[in-house]
Design a protein around this ligand. Structure first.
Ligand code: UD1
Length: 343
C-alpha cells in the first residue's frame, strides 16, 4: 500500500485527512507531538475506518526521531505536513516559539526527504497570505500581502522555503494548499476539533456558547463595509478539506503535476458573514445563541472568500457539503464532547 507520512495527523484537519486517506486506500503513517491533540483521536479514526494506523509521538523539530520513523516505516511516497502552531494571538505573544516550531519542522522534513527517497510534499498554507485582497473572490495569483502576525508570516516563509528548495532540487514536487476557514466535524461525530482553553475561532465559540460552556458569543464588529456589517469568510467543511489533500497526494504520486510547485485555494467559493453563520446555526440546530455585538478584533480583515476554480478544474476537487450540514456536524461533535465531560 502507498504510505503517506502525515505530520500533525492527530490534529483537527490531520485526523480528518487520515480518515480520508485510509478510505481512499492509502496507508497513513502518523507523527504528532500531541501538543494540541489527544491519543484518543486514534480511537475515533479506528471507529470510522476499522483501522488503527501507525502512530509515533514525535516532535518534527526532533530530526533524529523523524529520520528513524522514515527509515523504519519507509518507503514513504509523500508527506502531508500539518504539524504547526496555529493560534494567531499566541503567535504575537510568542513569536520565537512560532518561528522555531513552524520553520524548523519544515526544514527538517525537507532535509530528510532526498535521502529517504521522498519526492512529494503537501503543505498546509492559509488564505491569510492574501491579507485583505483587492479583488474578490481571491485567486491564487493575487499578490501576497505583508503578514499580520508571526503565524501568518510562518505560512508565507514556509511557502518560500518550499519553492526555493524545489527550484534547487528538481526531484522535489510540492502542492501548497491555501485553506480558507476550516470548520465542522466528521459526520460520525467520532472526530472533530478539540480546542484547548477558550476558543479563539468562531465556530468552536459558537458551539460552546450553545452548549452553555461560554456565556456569550461576541461578534467582533458590525461596522464593516459588508451587507450586514459583520466580517465575511469562506467556511470550508473539514471533510471536504481533507479530501483536497487526498486529491493532492494522488496528483503528486501519479505524476500529474504541471509545475514543481503548485498552489491551490481550498474554499467553497461562497462568503458568509458572522451574522449569517449565527442565523444558520440557530436554524439547523434549533438552539438560541446568546450573542452581542462588540468592537472590532485587532488584525481581522473585512472580507475574503475563495475563487476555487483552479482546484475544481485541475485538482478535480470541489467542496460538497453545504453550510447547514457542516454547522450541524460541529454541533453534534460538541454535544458528544459535552456528554463525555459529564460522565
Ligand atoms: C484566522 C486566521 C487564519 C487562521 C485561523 C485559524 C487571519 C486573517 N486569519 O482566521 O489564517 O488559519 O485564524 O486560527 O489571520 N469572530 C467573532 N467572534 C469570535 C470569534 C471570531 O465574531 O468569538 C469572527 C472574526 O472576527 C472573523 C470570523 O469570526 O470575522 C472568523 O474568525 P476566526 O474563526 O477566528 O478565523 P479568522 O480570523 O478568519
Amino acid at each position: 500500500m502507498t504510505k503517506i507520512l502525515v505530520t500533525g495527523g492527530m490534529g483537527f484537519i490531520g485526523s480528518h485527512t487520515v480518515v480520508e486517506l485510509i478510505q481512499a486506500g492509502y496507508e497513513p503513517i502518523i507523527i504528532d507531538n500531541l501538543s494540541n491533540s489527544s491519543i484518543k483521536v486514534l480511537d475515533g479514526i479506528e471507529k470510522i475506518t476499522g483501522q488503527r494506523p501507525y502512530f509515533a509521538q514525535i516532535d518534527c523539530q526532533d530530526k533524529e526521531a523523524l529520520q528513524q520513523v522514515m527509515q523504519e516505516q519507509g518507503p514513504i511516497s509523500a508527506i502531508i505536513h500539518f504539524a504547526a502552531s496555529k493560534a494567531v494571538g499566541e503567535s504575537v505573544e510568542k513569536p520565537l516559539l512560532y518561528y522555531r516550531n513552524n520553520l524548523v519542522s519544515l526544514l527538517n522534513l525537507l532535509d530528510l526527504m532526498p535521502s529517504n527517497g521522498i519526492e512529494h510534499i503537501v503543505f498546509s498554507s492559509s488564505c491569510t497570505v492574501y491579507g485583505q485582497p483587492e479583488v474578490l473572490p481571491v485567486t491564487e495569483n493575487a499578490p501576497i500581502q505583508p503578514a499580520l502576525s508571526p503565524y501568518g508570516n510562518t505560512k508565507q516563509i514556509c511557502e518560500e522555503i518550499i519553492t526555493d528548495t524545489a527550484y534547487a532540487n528538481k526531484q522535489l514536487h510540492a502542492i501548497l494548499l491555501r485553506y480558507f476557514n476550516p470548520i465542522g466535524a466528521h459526520e460520525s461525530a467520532e472526530i472533530g476539533e478539540l480546542p484547548i482553553g477558550v476558543p479563539q475561532n468562531l465556530i468552536p465559540f459558537v458551539t460552546q456558547t450553545a452548549a452553555g460552556i461560554r456565556e456569550q458569543l461576541k461578534v467582533f464588529g458590525n461596522d464593516y463595509n459588508t451587507s450586514d456589517g459583520s466580517c465575511i469568510r469562506d467556511y470550508i467543511n473539514v471533510t471536504d478539506l481533507a479530501k483536497a489533500h487526498v486529491a493532492a497526494v494522488k496528483r503528486l504520486t501519479e505524476g500529474l503535476q504541471k509545475k514543481s510547485v503548485e498552489v491551490f485555494n481550498i474554499g467553497t467559493g461562497n462568503g458568509l458573514s458572522v451574522l449569517e453563520i449565527i442565523k444558520a446555526f440557530e436554524k439547523v440546530t434549533g438552539q438560541k445563541l446568546n450573542y452581542a455585538i462588540v468592537g472590532r478584533r485587532e488584525g481581522d480583515i473585512e472580507q475574503v472568500w475563495a475563487d476555487a476554480t483552479y482546484a475544481n478544474t485541475e485538482l478535480g476537487w470541489k467542496a460538497e457539503k453545504n453550510i447547514e450540514e457542516t454547522l450541524l456536524s460541529a454541533w453534534k461533535w460538541q454535544e458528544k464532547l459535552s456528554q463525555k465531560s459529564k460522565v
